[in-house]
Ligand binder design. Structure first.
Ligand SMILES: Nc1ncnc2c1ncn2[C@@H]1O[C@H](COP(=O)(O)OP(=O)(O)O)[C@@H](O)[C@H]1O
Ligand SMILES: [Mg+2]
Length: 660
């Protein structure tokens, strides 16, 4: 549950945090693992290094020990070959012998220096001259020397012999055993025998005849010469934080008899014993024993090896111990350095990570910014990323997508605009259609009424006219009614004209269409108009396209239409003016257009819509039927009429005929 939650939280983190966190986990894990393995390895290395050192030190200690033994042997041998000794033995000059050998003993710091005769009986004991004559031939070394060999070894010397050999020797050897809990059991609570470095050499005369044996010895019990020399040579007497770095000890069996390990009170720690383990390994099995051990009050790396007597029997132990603390401190120091370096590395890596992730995140930020802008509708935004990795590719396809989106959007906008225009056009067309429908409707209904009325009025009007003319013929021109009759005749003929127009207007008969040249119709109409009085001041400008095709139309009706337009134009220019007549293709070449352009009085805006209404006129003697009739005819030809006019400037009437 918690695990799931933390994964969820992790996934919701910002990308940079996620990257850094993942790397951090990897780095920390790696760091911790390498720290664990590193310290283990380092611990092992340092410890094995220390162990190798302590082993080496043990060998050095052994060298110091043996050196002392060989030194002793050389002293004994050298003096045994001394001529004066041979002479003294032969002539039994005990005084001279005693003086000389005593000086040798004290000079070389020996505890024992004794001379026997050829049978092994003591002649002179320099350390205790009063005791002599005892037999030493049983002693292993003396026995060998009596056979002519110079020999040296470590030997256990029993208390009786110690008492004989010198004053105080037995006292030095006597040691009360301090109870040691871990040590193996021991029969006695004290030690009275001594351990001695001993050398013996035969004394011969010139002929090689054995005269006696000279033997010397150094009692090791409570003699600190060797152990201190080991300390001095091997460990150079160094101390570490007040504690001795190196210590050496000589054991008689398992008992410390010579050591520089100090007790807490500063005294040398003699009288204690080795542990059962060491006892078993070194004394019983004869092995070298390397281990760490707690000695007095510090941990030591220790090494033990057996000391053997001349028969090869293990009689004691040589020990060196090296303070573990310097190595532990070294190990800790290395570990701390290692840890600090690891932390520094992590920090450096983190800083690097920050910049590295920046280079990754930056382009993504750019993307996010760009997408936001695009989402807000700015399709001109582009993601500027120069790198060619996956993000770069993403940016590229993103830009492509935006480009496509932009194009689609533009298309849509364009389409919307054309749609608007189309709707507008269509609406206009529809309105026009409706208008013309209304117009046609009006005309149709009006036509019916007009036809009825005209038919009824035409006959009475004709008879009024005929009777008026008859009456006029019967009276003289100066008759009082003559003027009145003329007026009646004029007005009646005007009425007849209206009726005639009405009849024309209402005539619903279909046009008789044939292929005609429209220019020809224009010209013929003009021909007829020339004689009209109102046309005398009008200048006609013709711009006729001679390449127009013939189209199907009723030439009489179209002539009537053209006539109407031209008459209207001349009416609009009572003082004369220019009438321009053109014929041409329409823009799309679908229609033929004929225009009448006059520079007359023009039409006020409010009247434009009423022009084609029947009976709409602004003229005194107008019928208001000309345009209405014309409209009807043009519609019968599927054509159209458009008006453009400006007051006091003139008017343009455009009639269009479909070509097909
Ligand atoms: N070219 C023109 N210039 C100015 N007004 C015109 C022109 N053509 C027609 N009109 C106007 O249109 C009205 C209707 O014309 P029309 O139907 O021919 O009847 P009428 O000519 O008998 O008045 C005219 O009275 C006039 O006001
Ligand atoms: Mg008219």
């Amino acid at each position: 549950m918690f695990f799931k939650k933390s994964i969820g939280a992790f996934l919701n983190l910002p990308l940079r945090a996620k990257l850094i966190l993942s790397f951090l986990i990897v780095i920390c894990l790696g760091g911790i693992l390498s720290l664990i393995f590193g310290t283990r390895l380092e611990h092992k290395t340092i410890l094995s290094l220390a162990q190798a050192k302590v082993k080496h030190d043990l060998a050095s200690a052994r060298m110091v020990y043996n050196e002392r033994l060989y030194d002793l042997r050389d002293i004994v041998r050298f003096n045994s070959t001394h001529e004066s000794i041979q002479k003294a033995i032969k002539q039994n000059e005990k005084d001279i012998l005693g003086k000389y050998l005593t000086s040798v003993r004290t000079e070389f710091n020996l505890d024992v220096l004794t001379l026997t005769d050829a049978q092994g009986k003591v002649i002179l004991r320099t350390a205790q001259p009063e005791i002599w004559g005892d037999d030493q031939s049983k002693d292993s070394l003396v026995r060998q020397a009596l056979k002519g060999k110079t020999i040296s070894a470590t030997q256990i010397i029993p208390r009786e012999e110690l008492i004989k050999e010198g004053k105080g020797l037995a006292g030095r050897a006597y040691l009360k055993i301090i109870p040691t809990p871990k040590a193996a059991p021991r029969p006695k609570e004290h030690e009275e025998d001594g351990m001695m470095l001993k050398a013996a050499s035969p004394v011969k005369d010139k002929n090689g005849t054995l005269l006696g044996v000279l033997y010397g010895g150094i009692l090791l019990n409570q003699n600190y010469e060797i152990v201190d020399k080991v300390k001095e040579i091997v460990f150079k007497g160094e101390k570490y934080k007040g504690a001795e770095i190196g210590t050496a000890t000589i054991f008689q069996h398992d008992l410390r008899i010579s050591t520089n390990v100090k007790k807490t009170n500063g005294q040398r720690a003699i009288g204690t014993r080795v542990s059962r383990e060491v006892n078993q390994a070194v004394l019983k099995e004869g092995k070298t024993w390397l281990h760490r051990a707690f000695v007095v009050n510090d941990w030591y790396l220790t090494a033990y090896e057996p000391i053997k007597n001349i028969e090869g029997k293990i009689i004691g132990i040589l020990y060196v111990g090296m303070l573990e603390k310097p190595y532990i401190d070294l190990r800790n120091k290395v570990m701390i350095t290692f840890t600090v370096m690891a932390i520094i590395c992590v920090v450096i890596l983190l800083i690097m990570l920050f910049f590295i992730t920046s280079t990754i995140i930056q382009p993504l930020r750019g993307m996010v910014y760009a997408t936001n802008k695009i989402a807000q509708g700015d399709l001109n935004t582009k993601v500027e990323i120069s790198v060619r990795d996956e993000i770069g590719q993403l940016a590229q396809s993103f830009n492509q997508m935006t480009e496509n989106l932009k194009k689609a959007n533009e298309k849509l906008i364009h389409w919307g605009k054309t749609l608007e225009k189309r709707v507008e056009e269509r609406t206009k067309e529809l309105r026009e259609m409706q208008d013309s429908l209304v117009q046609s409707e009006k005309l149709a209904s009006l036509g019916k009424i007009a036809a009825g009325v005209a038919h009824e009025i035409n006959n009475p009007l004709t008879s009024i006219l005929i009777n008026t003319y008859l009456m006029k013929e019967k009276i003289k021109t100066n008759h009082t009614f003559y003027e009145n009759l003329s007026l009646i005749a004029d007005e009646t003929s005007r009425c007849a004209n209206i009726v005639k127009g009405l009849l024309e207007f209402s005539r619903q008969e279909p046009p008789k269409k044939a292929y005609e040249d429209i220019n020809k119709i224009i010209n013929r109409t003009l021909q007829l108009l020339k004689n009209q009085a109102s046309f005398q001041n009008i200048r006609i400008i013709k711009k006729l396209n001679q390449n127009l095709p013939q189209i199907k139309l009723d030439k009489n009706k179209i002539q009537q239409v053209f006539w109407n337009f031209m008459i209207n134009a001349s009416d609009a220019m009572p003082k004369g003016g220019i009438l321009t007549i053109t014929s041409d293709f329409s823009k799309e070449k679908k229609n033929i257009e004929v225009t009448f352009y006059d520079k007359g009085i023009g039409i006020p805006q409010k009247n434009i819509n009423k022009l084609f209404d029947p009976f709409f006129t602004t003229k005194k003697s107008g019928t208001g039927l000309g345009l209405a009739v014309s409209y009807g005819i043009i519609k019968q030809h599927q054509g159209n009429i458009k008006v453009k006019s400006e007051q006091d400037q003139g008017s343009v009437f455009t009639i269009s005929f479909p070509i097909s």
